[in-house]
Write a protein that binds this ligand. Structure first.
Ligand code: ATP
Length: 357
């Protein structure tokens, strides 16, 4: 089922929680709503679910306006971070619940329910746990049961609000792979709220980046990561070095160095900020070329395949972060306290005045 969100606005008292939200989610897509705390992700998810009313705008499923359709009749499944399983029911009864409470006409037989529940438990690798109670499960196991329970009623749309938020990093990673697999197998349309960039980039077909109740950018993980539309998206999607300078007719002046900024050739003179990801900053021990920035090594962290290096610019009171492979690090033989040269390999230049909200 496709989802269309048309010009949705929502206000709480005087606070504008959502503004002018327009979004089309084709059938079968897994979309992540990504943004910082308070950006409106949950509010939007609850409006899609029918748990909350928009002040203005419409929600359509497969072209049908559902604005006035009750949550019960929207064919959506939910998984929430704190959507506790029914404590007094065992795993089997929890997963069967949505089927058992159906009206008699629509309710499958006891044998059909059993078959379905056991199949779902197999799918989430929880067969053998049917008789356990929620208190006897780990957090990750509980969320797998919550997923199975949501899927039992064969929803057309699956809505998930930080479903793995309370779990540790390793379990989160495993469960998001699960989610992807189940989403594909069931061929549903899923909307997934998270504030975790890595989670969104890893699992989603498309990411909707939200900020202060608005959509900042939407696109595939590659599009939003490689081509952020605003400084906010750039910042939010990973570590970044900022260089303040000026742009004049396609040249970016950063004090001691000047770089090409061909996308701004039409600007005669403006303040500019250059964004450079840590892995796009390369380091040499000797000065190579005129665009090298001298910087002192403050700190190195060499655990794992990527080495993190913190530097302080010699020509300005600014700190830089670089990431190099362990191999490069060993070749460079960098020591804390020595001066090296930073080169900006890939730079994205924003003109702040274009982004004043
Ligand atoms: P988080 O990641 O912290 O859950 P979020 O992006 O999901 O954040 P929302 O829960 O959608 O954000 O909240 C958006 C804003 O609306 C917040 O500032 C919140 O305080 C406010 N808000 C949400 N629900 C209500 C409510 N029922 N009454 C008043 N304000 C609310």
């Amino acid at each position: 089922m496709s989802i269309q969100i048309q010009n949705v606005w929502k206000q709480y008292g005087t606070f504008q929680a959502l503004q002018q939200i327009n979004l089309e989610i084709p059938k079968g897509e897994l979309v992540a709503l990504l943004g910082p705390s308070g950006s409106g992700k949950t509010t939007l998810l609850r409006i899609i679910a029918g748990l909350e009313q928009a002040d203005q705008g419409a929600i359509l499923f497969d072209g049908e306006d559902l604005t006035d359709i009750h949550v019960k009749n929207r064919q959506v499944g939910f998984v929430f971070q704190h959507y506790a399983l029914f404590k007094h029911m065992n795993v089997f009864e929890n997963v069967a619940f949505g089927l058992k409470v159906r009206k008699k006409k629509l309710r499958p037989s006891a044998a059909e329910i059993e078959e379905k529940v056991l199949e779902l438990l197999r799918l989430v690798k929880m067969d053998g746990f049917a008789a356990r109670y929620p208190a006897q499960l780990s957090g990750g196991q509980r969320q797998r049961i919550a997923l199975a329970r949501a899927l039992a009623v064969e929803p057309k749309i699956l809505l998930l609000d930080e479903p793995f938020g309370a779990l540790d990093a390793k379990v989160r990673k495993e469960l998001r792979r699960w989610l992807r697999k189940l989403h594909d197998e069931f061929q549903i349309t899923s909307v997934f709220v998270t504030h975790d960039q890595e989670e969104a980039l890893d699992v989603a077909d498309r990411i909707v980046v939200m900020n202060e109740g608005r959509i900042e950018q939407m696109g595939t993980p590659e599009e939003v990561y490689d081509n952020p539309a605003s400084p906010f998206v750039y910042d939010f999607l990973g570590n970044v070095n900022l260089f303040h300078g000026r742009v004049r007719k396609g040249k970016l002046n950063l004090g001691s160095i000047e770089l090409e900024a061909p996308e701004h050739v039409h600007i005669s003179d403006a303040d500019a900020v250059a964004y450079v990801r840590p892995h796009q900053l390369s380091i040499t021990r000797t000065k190579q070329g005129i665009d090298a920035i001298p910087a002192k090594v403050i700190y190195t962290h060499a655990v794992g395949p990527v080495v993190y290096i913190e530097l302080k610019r010699d020509d300005a009171d600014e700190y830089l972060e670089a990431e190099v492979s362990k191999e490069q690090f060993e070749q460079l033989k960098i020591r804390t306290g020595e001066v090296v040269y930073a080169h900006l390999k890939e730079v994205k230049v924003f003109i702040p005045e274009d982004f004043v909200i």
